[in-house]
Design a protein around this ligand. Sequence first.
Ligand SMILES: NC(=O)C1=CN([C@@H]2O[C@H](COP(=O)(O)OP(=O)(O)OC[C@H]3O[C@@H](n4cnc5c(N)ncnc54)[C@H](OP(=O)(O)O)[C@@H]3O)[C@@H](O)[C@H]2O)[C@@H](O)CC1
Ligand SMILES: Nc1ncnc2c1ncn2[C@@H]1O[C@H](COP(=O)(O)OP(=O)(O)O)[C@@H](O)[C@H]1O
Ligand SMILES: [K+]
Length: 495
Amino acid sequence: MTRVELLPTAQQMREADAAAIAAGTPGFVLMTRAGEAVASVAESMVTPGAQVLVVAGPGNNGGDGFVAARILQDREYRVILALATARDRLRGDAAKAAEGWVGEVTPVQAAPFESADLIVDALFGTGLGRDLAGDARLAIERINASGRPVLAVDLPSGIDSDSGEVRGLAVLADRTVTFAARKPGHLLLPGRRFSGLVEVADIGIDAQAPGADRIATFANRPALWSGALPRPHLGSHKYERGHTLVLSGGATRTGAARLAARAALRIGSGLVTVASPPEAIGVNAAHLTAVMLRGCEGPEGLHAILQDQRFNALVLGPALGVHAATRAMVAVATLARRSLLLDADALTSFEGLASEMHQAFHHAPTVLTPHDGEFNRLFKGHPDLLDPPSKLERARRAAAYTGAVLVLKGMDTVIAAPDGRAVINENGTPYLATAGSGDTLCGIIAGLMAQHMPAFEAACAGVWIHAAAGASFGPGLISEDLADLIPNVLSDLLN
Ligand SMILES: NC(=O)C1=CN([C@@H]2O[C@H](COP(=O)(O)OP(=O)(O)OC[C@H]3O[C@@H](n4cnc5c(N)ncnc54)[C@H](OP(=O)(O)O)[C@@H]3O)[C@@H](O)[C@H]2O)[C@@H](O)CC1
Ligand SMILES: Nc1ncnc2c1ncn2[C@@H]1O[C@H](COP(=O)(O)OP(=O)(O)O)[C@@H](O)[C@H]1O
Ligand SMILES: [K+]
């Protein structure tokens, strides 16, 4: 929890590997340490003397498998080594590791998958370069059909290290031992689901320095943003803690705004006002206490309210309606240059009109919070933003395109900044998939921005706090609960 966790790309791992070798640790020593780590986790998964099937591929991932096989054999496990390539095609350290294996080498077609007590998947790791076919694919089909416990070396074979995508087919592992650092593919779906429990083994490589491409991806941990969390001081007055304005929908669609407003107040925004269309004033008034209420009719109404400079953060979108008036409100809010959060209908109103958002948000802190459906609608007609199979890449490109911080929601929420920084969240719970939970997230993030937290940090913190609040409640969670769970999460973070 206390350290920032960089998730290196496969390329950054190769650079870190080369740096360790240049600093005096031979590649074969790194491979030996990797194989030792695999062997010790394997031992923890079986009883003494168990039958372990190591399935090795053509590269260094296979090399790690050969080392692990030798160690387990020395420790008197019954090891069978199945190789998914011709032995004479092994090169470099992998060939050297294979020389250390004195047992038989079984072709994968003949390997006893179903009778193994444990299968060690050492087919492919960070070097997977294309969709699977041939012997390797057959081996994965057999592993998955066997029903036996599986330990993956570095990554479940078939999972793309950078994107978490399945390249044709992938091993469904119970556990994964990875080296030096987790990779984005361990946190992004579907890779996260295929990886099982992931352990990181220190093999003497420093993978925490971004590589030459400088594009850094991090796991969402408090260490990234807790220093920027707002902390009121003795002399703080409420206006210093910001004033969040949340736009309400019409008479039958007011709940979303109130959920966001309450969350903004709980996260510490000094004041929160719901701006309501005249016909919904009554229903909003009946439900609001600490949150204030103002009448607001359309874009002109919003323009008039924003003459008061103290409104410094806005939530626009939840239940506002999909129409031109919502687009006009977004234009008013953008011109007003306040911290701005756009969600739901504010995004869907721009369906097929994303070009109107091109570089629109560079002038003030702006956060967009689409789920996949909203993202796909918003960027319809922009294959460069929609087509990359990697969620990380889609979010990064959309952030660069709009100039806003992009929060692409889901179980593996990605937060991307226009400058290329990106963060993957992992502390959520499926209980957050409940009506109104996204509205609460809007209020949390806007409330943090109202307190002058920078947009990217506010988005990362907001996503984490929202998820921690949901997870702390668990079964039965409804979105009305979420705001009131924030204080406990906050006090853990601030103390
Ligand atoms: N970096 C480090 O710090 C350390 C890394 N270590 C370990 O090395 C692993 C990375 O090794 P790696 O680079 O040799 O790649 P790896 O994953 O074995 O696969 C490459 C091979 O697969 C082949 N191939 C690719 N796609 C294919 C496909 N679809 N279908 C069929 N073949 C395919 C490809 O062949 P080619 O593309 O050349 O035809 C090549 O032969 C890493 O995950 C970790 O376990 C540790 O030892 C210690 C330190
Ligand atoms: N399976 C899941 N695991 C973790 N978080 C989830 C899951 N499903 C949804 N969420 C989170 O719940 C929230 C739902 O938001 P959204 O889809 O906008 O719902 P709504 O419009 O009903 O408020 C998002 O923050 C999303 O990341
Ligand atoms: K593997």
